[in-house]
Design a protein. Structure first.
Length: 97
């Protein structure tokens, strides 16, 4: 089972950060999740096994800066991913600060 939580930033960071997205996988046999473009640059951090992604043509790094993408990505999960968690921090464009 996947648990997704969205948290708004503090007033101090609100001009720069759109939201914090938290994903935790507690129980999954095997499957795919389609990730669609969010329209912004984001900081991404993964804890646990590496994530297999069709967009990256292999595994994603444990942490990276994601630029604006124009296509979806299929992410593969398996029983090895139980307890995995990810944090994504989409940033606001500089002209909206």
């Amino acid at each position: 089972m996947e648990k997704i939580q969205v948290i708004q930033p503090t007033k101090l960071l609100a001009p720069y950060i759109k939201q914090y997205w938290f994903l935790r996988i507690d129980d999954v046999k095997q499957g795919f999740q389609r990730s669609i473009p969010a329209g912004c640059v984001a900081l991404v951090f993964h804890k646990g096994n590496k994530i297999i992604s069709s967009f990256h043509k292999g595994t994603q790094p444990q942490s990276y800066i994601s630029g604006q993408i124009s296509t979806y990505s299929d992410i593969e999960f398996s029983f090895l991913d139980i307890g995995k968690s990810s944090v994504s921090c989409p940033l606001k464009p500089s002209d909206s600060a």
